[in-house]
Design a protein around this ligand. Structure first.
Ligand code: SF4
Length: 406
C-alpha cells in the first residue's frame, strides 16, 4: 500500500505462478492480482481505442493479456496509464522509480534538479486529505527541498519555450504549406498512438520536444554551464501526472551525448509516497517559491495541463508574432456529433486564417483522424491529449475512491 509506504511484503503462503511484467518503463502488470473485471480492457480498448490489453480465451481459463501473451512493451500500449486508473485491485501500477531517485539524491557526486508539471500541484494535496483541486504549489516546492533536491524548477518555463517553438513552426508550415495540420507533440501517449496507428502522418507531428524534455535539455546545457557543473553529474527528475512520460524520458531520441535529457520521471502518486516515506508533515508546510535561475515563466505555460491550453498559448504566440498585438479571446465550438473535439478559426491581421482542432481522449483523436482521412475535416493545427480532459486526469494522478470525489 502506498499510503502505508510498504512496497515489499514477504509472503510465505501459496504463491501465484504468474510473473509480474516489468517490460515497460511506464506500466507494470501483476496478473496474479487480476480479478478479470475487465475495466482495464474497457479503458484501453473501448475508450482509448488502443487495444493493447484484452481478454484471452474466454472459458474457465480466461485471462487478461496482450495479444499472443507478449510482454506489455511489445504491445501497442501507449503508456497513458488509464488502465491503472480503472483497475480496482492494483494489478496495474506505474513502473516505480522512487528508489532510483533516492539513490541519486544520496549520491554526493550528483546535483539533482527536480521539475514539476502544472497538473501535479493541483492534485498532490488529494494524497494528503486536502479537498480536490487545492493548489499546493508552495507546499510542494517546500517538500521537494526537504526531500533533498538541489534545485526545484517549474516545468512552466519549458512550456513557454515549447509554445514559442511550436508557434514559430506553425508559421513556417503555414508559409510553406507543408505537413499541415501541425500536430502537437507534447503528449507522449499521443505520439506513440500515432506511431502505431497513423505512421504515414508522423511528419505532421511538431518537431518540438515536450516541455519537460526541453527544460531537462536546457538544465544539462545552459544551466550546467552557468553553474560550472559537468552535465554528467546532473540528474534531472520530472514529477509528472503521467505514466507515458516515463517512456518518453527513456526514449533514445531524447538524449544528447549519451545523456538522457530527463533521467527519471515520477508520477504525482510516487512523489506523495516519497513525502510520506520521509515523514514530512505536508499539510502544515509553509509555502516556498520555485527556484528561478532560468527566467520567469509567462504564465501561458500553466494552462498546458488542461485540454485546449497548448493550442491557445500557441495561437496567441502566432498572432503576436504576425501582428505585434495581443489576441483578445479565442472561442471554441464543439464539433457536432463528436464529443471531446472542439474547433475554432483565428483570423490573422494579414488575412490568413488558422483552423484549429483541440482533441482529448485517444478514441476521439482516432475518430477525428479518420474523418480527416475521409476528407470530411481539415485543419492547420491540432492539439491532442491522450487522456480525457488532458493531463489533469493523467494516469499518474491520485486515484480517488467514490467517497473522496463526492
Ligand atoms: Fe500524459 Fe497528459 Fe498525454 Fe495523459 S494527456 S498521456 S497525462 S501527457
Amino acid at each position: 500500500s502506498n499510503s502505508l509506504n510498504i512496497r515489499e511484503v514477504t509472503y510465505t503462503g501459496e504463491h501465484s505462478s504468474r510473473e509480474k511484467d516489468y517490460s515497460s518503463p511506464a506500466i507494470v502488470r501483476d496478473a496474479s492480482k487480476c480479478i478479470l473485471c475487465g475495466r482495464c480492457v474497457g479503458a484501453c480498448g473501448t475508450v482509448q481505442t488502443v487495444g493493447a490489453i484484452g481478454f484471452a480465451k474466454r472459458g474457465f481459463d480466461t485471462v487478461i493479456s496482450t495479444a499472443f501473451g507478449r510482454p506489455l512493451a511489445e504491445s501497442t500500449c501507449v503508456n497513458c496509464g488509464q488502465c491503472i486508473m480503472a483497475c480496482p485491485v492494483g494489478a496495474l501500477t506505474e513502473h516505480e522509480n522512487i528508489r532510483d531517485v533516492w539513490d541519486a539524491i544520496a549520491d554526493p557526486d550528483q546535483y539533482v534538479v527536480v521539475q514539476t508539471a502544472p497538473a501535479v500541484r493541483v492534485a498532490l494535496g488529494e494524497e494528503f486529505g486536502l479537498p480536490v483541486g487545492t493548489r499546493t504549489t508552495g507546499k510542494m516546492a517546500a517538500a521537494l527541498r526537504r526531500l533533498g533536491f538541489n534545485k526545484v524548477f517549474d516545468t512552466v518555463f519549458g512550456a513557454d519555450l515549447t509554445i514559442m517553438e511550436e508557434g514559430t513552426e506553425l508559421l513556417s508550415r503555414l508559409s510553406s504549406g507543408q505537413n499541415l495540420p501541425l500536430m502537437t507533440s507534447c503528449c507522449p501517449g499521443w505520439v506513440k498512438f500515432m506511431e502505431h496507428n497513423f505512421p504515414d502522418m508522423l511528419d505532421n507531428l511538431s518537431t518540438c520536444k515536450s516541455p519537460h524534455e526541453m527544460e531537462g535539455a536546457m538544465v544539462k546545457s545552459y544551466f550546467a554551464g552557468k553553474l560550472g557543473i559537468d552535465p554528467q553529474k546532473i540528474t534531472v527528475v520530472s514529477i509528472m501526472p503521467c505514466t507515458a512520460k516515463k517512456f518518453e524520458g527513456a526514449r533514445e531520441e531524447l538524449s544528447n551525448k549519451d545523456m538522457q535529457d530527463v533521467d527519471w520521471v515520477l508520477t504525482t502518486r510516487e512523489l506523495a509516497a516519497m513525502i510520506k516515506e520521509a515523514g514530512i508533515d505536508f499539510v502544515n508546510l509553509k509555502d516556498e517559491e520555485f527556484d528561478n535561475p532560468l527566467g520567469v515563466g509567462s504564465g501561458a505555460g500553466t494552462i498546458f495541463g488542461a485540454t485546449g491550453g497548448v493550442s491557445e498559448a500557441a495561437l496567441r504566440t502566432v498572432f503576436e508574432l504576425v501582428s505585434g498585438q495581443p489576441l483578445d479571446t479565442i472561442e471554441y465550438t464543439a464539433v457536432r456529433g463528436m464529443d471531446g473535439i472542439k474547433e475554432n478559426t483565428v483570423e490573422l491581421p494579414d488575412g490568413r486564417t488558422i483552423r484549429t482542432a483541440v482533441v482529448h481522449g485517444l478514441g476521439n483523436a482516432r475518430r477525428l483522424m479518420e474523418a480527416m482521412q475521409r476528407g470530411e475535416k481539415s485543419y492547420d493545427f491540432m492539439e491532442v491529449m491522450a487522456c480525457a480532459g488532458g493531463c489533469i486526469t493523467g494516469g499518474g494522478q491520485p486515484i480517488l475512491n467514490a467517497a473522496d470525489s463526492s
